[in-house]
Design a protein around this ligand. Structure first.
Ligand SMILES: *Cc1c(COP(=O)(O)O)cnc(C)c1O
Length: 381
């Protein structure tokens, strides 16, 4: 008898509540307390990020990025269509127009070969999304961004502990945004982080995050009173969230190791189905590492995708589809009256299936899920 296999199950290392209790006992639970500082130091040391600022979500970190880049009405921002809505909304909120770029045929990341044709004098930023934690072709992106003097922002929501040619994702763009939402590898329920790699944005980032005041400088004793100096909002999380996050970060090696083992097992089990041409498995380019954020398969068409999801559901396995191309959304079509054709983005919209992958999933369960997928293709032909 198999039990229900959910798509995701948040993993708790055990120290979350211990650290939350510590935070409560210090009597200071607002933002930028001792656990927030510990989290910042962890990231800056482990990944060499120049400056880290925890935020209440990745969405907030992206909104901070849009403010920092002075995005304004009339500007254009190049973004993949196959992404989460926050990647785009953050810039649309400042008045920018999204210019959608298609995915690669080999994986859902943006196709850097198509960038040049989309650049206009109004292009202010290129926002890359490292889908499933697999790096985009960052040298190709950087080359075009430098040529046209355009900022690169990494939506690294899924990309913790992953690398491009040895460089940690999140350390390459001028700015990068991470998520600790409970569906990611490292979690705090809701939570995120802005990484600032270009020094010129550091001072203003602190101000924007503190409601447009220079409170951070005040607490460091750099100014004798704090004041309204810029636009801003409340983007910093409570130290209770940071306490939770720190317990997770201390276990990053263990969490990543387990996820990678599960991912590899799927890959091994399903390779034979790919060889038979029945489905496509994730492609990891030579320049990228795999952080096992997600195991997905790409079916041949939407009908097969729906049937396979249903077949797995009958076996109590909860597999799910993912993004719906933003260029086809009602909001985009009605607001901009534009039709764009992005065949790869549409293909992933129709055909991609994410399989259960979480710390407490067992190898036996991965084998069971894999055998059910094989069974689907046996009975389907
Ligand atoms: C999860 C995710 C987000 C949003 O993260 P939040 O922390 O929930 O705001 C943004 N972009 C991508 C690519 C994501 O996967």
């Amino acid at each position: 008898m198999q039990f229900k296999i959910p798509f995701n199950k948040p993993y708790f290392t055990g120290n979350e509540t211990v650290y939350i209790k510590d935070a409560v006992q210090t009597g200071k639970i607002s933002g930028d307390g001792s656990f927030t500082k510990k989290c910042h130091a962890f990231f800056e040391e482990r990944y060499g990020f120049k400056k880290c600022l925890l935020t209440t979500s990745c969405t907030d970190a992206l909104e901070m990025a849009a403010i920092l880049l002075d995005i304004a009405p009339g500007d254009e921002v190049i973004v993949p269509s196959y992404t989460f809505v926050s990647t785009v909304n953050a810039f649309v909120l400042r008045g920018a127009k999204p210019v959608f770029i298609d995915s690669e045929a080999s994986n859902p990341n943006l196709d850097a070969q198509q960038l040049e044709a989309l650049i206009t004098p109004r292009t202010k930023a290129i926002v890359v999304v490292h889908y499933a934690g697999v790096a985009c072709d960052m040298d190709a992106v950087a080359q075009i961004a430098e040529k046209h003097n355009i900022a690169v922002v990494e939506d690294a929501a899924q990309a913790i502990d992953s690398y491009y040619k040895g460089k940690p994702l999140g350390s390459i763009g001028a700015l990068a945004a991470f998520s600790f939402h409970e569906t990611k590898n490292i979690i705090s329920g809701e939570g995120g982080m802005l990484v600032i790699n270009d020094e010129k944005y550091i001072k203003r980032a602190e101000i924007i995050r503190e409601k447009g005041t220079n409170r951070s400088a005040f607490f460091r004793g750099e100014v004798d009173k704090y004041n309204w100096v810029d636009i801003g909002s409340s983007f910093l999380p409570s130290d209770i969230i940071a306490a939770f996050l720190y317990a997770q970060l201390e276990n990053v090696e263990d969490i990543q190791q387990k996820r990678k083992q599960l991912w590899d097992r799927y890959q091994q089990n399903l390779a034979v189905l790919q060889e038979k041409g029945l489905l496509t498995l994730p492609f990891i380019p030579d320049y990228a590492t795999n952080n096992a954020h997600m195991f997905y398969i790409v079916a041949k068409n939407v009908k097969e995708r729906e049937q396979l999801i249903e077949f797995l559901k009958q076996a109590d396995i909860y597999a799910v589809f993912h993004y719906i191309s933003l260029h086809n959304s009602n909001f985009y079509v009605q607001k901009y009256h534009e039709q764009v054709t992005l065949p790869q983005s549409d293909r992933y919209t129709d055909c991609l299936i994410r399989l259960p992958l979480f710390y407490e999933l067992t190898f036996e369960q991965v084998d069971y899920i894999s055998s059910k997928i094989a069974e689907y293709f046996n009975q389907a032909k």
